[in-house]
Design a protein around this ligand. Sequence first.
Ligand SMILES: NC(=O)c1ccc[n+]([C@@H]2O[C@H](COP(=O)([O-])OP(=O)(O)OC[C@H]3O[C@@H](n4cnc5c(N)ncnc54)[C@H](OP(=O)(O)O)[C@@H]3O)[C@@H](O)[C@H]2O)c1
Length: 265
Amino acid sequence: MMDSAKRPDRRCVVTGATSGLGRAMAILLGRRGGRVAITGRRAPMLDAAAAEVRQAGAADVLVLHGGVDDPAVVAGHHATIVERWGGLDLAILNAGVGGSNDPRAFSAEAYRDAFAVNFFGVVHWLECLIPGMAAGGGGVIAGISSPGGWRGFPGIGPYSASKSALSTMLESVRIGLRGTGVCIVDVCPGYVKSEMTAKNDPKHMPFLMETEEGAARILRGIDRRQRLVHFPRRLTWPLRHVVARLPGAVFDPLAARFGRPGAGE
Ligand SMILES: NC(=O)c1ccc[n+]([C@@H]2O[C@H](COP(=O)([O-])OP(=O)(O)OC[C@H]3O[C@@H](n4cnc5c(N)ncnc54)[C@H](OP(=O)(O)O)[C@@H]3O)[C@@H](O)[C@H]2O)c1
């Protein structure tokens, strides 16, 4: 277990902290007494989340309204944090959207929308974060991706493709940053209760987990600086080591039969 004084949560940002995993992680970081910045678009909900983070015990809470899909907004958020705290030790790039599309009514817009948040929302933050962290002795950056990106699951092409791109990019960046002190963590949770999964049929979400439990497991993986955080293992291990490796001739008919829009998000 990491000594609490060495935990990378002294100055943290959590993107997409209005609801779900982001909000729950921000509250947990508040309980650790860190300085916590939170971002999101729905102002009243973000302000309510900030009150909870403060109440949890955060040393300072910074509320940053706006979307991760706009690089100018992200640059402004980052500049505000640096001005107030001098830099960041931990960034949890969590903001994300679902993305379904029936390819028989193929929609480029559905792909643009998913990539704008799930991929470029992280890329915009990395561009701001990496130089300061590398120059300042390091830090931890976690991107919240998904097992939905481990294969092309039917019905959720925009989601699958954007998370697949995200995980691949995080891996490439992690290796390129070796020796700089900047640690990159790829997080791929199974099903966790949130606004996003509330739209799915629970029957199609095996081992659905409470939000707080999911948030705690993500923070544990980040504390350990795991390259890849994935859970619950009874779902993600077979997905990663069996389903992700099946030949197309086996995967295609199985996925066509069992894959449903929304499942895997
Ligand atoms: N729950 C699961 O089972 C599960 C599984 C695997 C991966 N994930 C990933 O976990 C992350 C959190 O999702 P969640 O399940 O907690 O869903 P959620 O409750 O819908 O949370 C999504 C968060 O992202 C924010 N967001 C959306 N678009 C944004 C934008 N353009 N700019 C800034 N923030 C934006 C939302 O806030 P605003 O709308 O106020 O901006 C909200 O706070 C996502 O990346 C998701 O893909 C979730």
